[in-house]
Write a protein that binds this ligand. Sequence first.
Ligand code: ATP
Ligand code: MG
Length: 411
Amino acid sequence: MRQSELIGKTRKDAPKDEEAKNAQLLIRAGFVHKEMAGAYTFLPLGWSVVKKIEQIIREEMDAVGGQEMHLTALQNKASWEESGRWSDEVLDVWFKTQLKAGGDLGLATTHEEPLTNLLTDHIASHRDLPTYAYQIQTKFRNELRAKSGLLRGREFRMKDLYSFSKTEEEHEAFYEKAKQAYKNVFDRLGIGERTYLTFASGGSFAEFSHEFQMVTEAGEDTIYIDEEKGIAVNEEVYTDEVLEKLGIKKENLKEAKATEVGNIFSLGTRFSDPLKLVYKDETGEPQPVVMGSYGIGSSRLVGAIAEALSDDKGLIWPKAISPYDIHLIQLQDEVKDAAEDLYKKLVGKGYSVLLDDREKSAGEKFADSELIGISKRVVVGKRGVENGTYEVTDRITGETADMKEEDVCQI
Ligand code: ATP
Ligand code: MG
């Protein structure tokens, strides 16, 4: 990709009404466009990061047997009335509208109801279970406050998986697998060290739910971290009784601000009962299906990573989700051919490369490259070309080295 053609220019200032650091940075670096409060458009650079995050999530969900599908975002009132969640008093973030032909419609906040309803067509016998369905989709929530940039959008992207099991035991076994799959996701994203399995309130069917909380000052949640055990407790369940139950000592805990990047939830028969999702067991008796739900906020992750991993110069993307592998900087006009040549070689080796071919000063190009935060930068300059070397800088460690072409092709 040539930067001169890229949709999404870098800019000096973020819009005045943008208060969140993550959105300010992402707007200035040309990753997102703010359409209005709580609604952001992903430009090519930002969309590339979203796709990489979601691909990692997809691979880990597939690995535990998840089947990817795509549900409609339009919500049928009937299913939600059966579960008792159509009312604005029960679910206060609904976006609802009326059909021209008459009748109400909701925009998806989450998908327990439609999927449970859908699976009554698929699940009849114990042989149909367990089963796991997931999607990666846009959700809509009429959030009262949308001041945290991508951390709390009115429209956002989420991976939601739902598990359907025969028994509580079978459910528990999958729940544990899902925990591990989530850990793999956050490790692969490069945020494993700052993301904690966190005990939170469980609703009516389980004592706890489990959140995956990523430490960042911009987070809306307060958690108490036991560094040694690698777990945390959300302040909503932070009591002496809970700590004792979890075998955690108060004096070992460290308070931190964090944002919930994922959560897993035991639902029991909360939805299968009202929506009549039952299976026949081996003796032919009807039994309710035991369910769980498992969310990851993929667009929140973009904001959380932008917020937490950046420095005063700009964004710093972990290698696995960097929008491009290499930011190739053509420093002067005179080295245009050398830069084009190296660009073609790197692309031929399988790297994705953003070539800064713009007519800008070296200072501007360096500043933009630090703002955009691609994990590796390779500079093609007059002096280097004469010596046959290129300056390679790692955005994460800040280390710089002059490398020969064959070494650049192996970074
Ligand atoms: P929170 O506690 O932050 O309000 P939640 O508990 O309502 O989130 P879920 O309904 O379980 O969240 O959604 C699953 C995931 O979707 C969350 O863990 C979070 O990462 C993400 N998410 C939830 N609400 C938003 C939002 N308004 N904007 C961006 N991401 C969100
Ligand atoms: Mg929550």
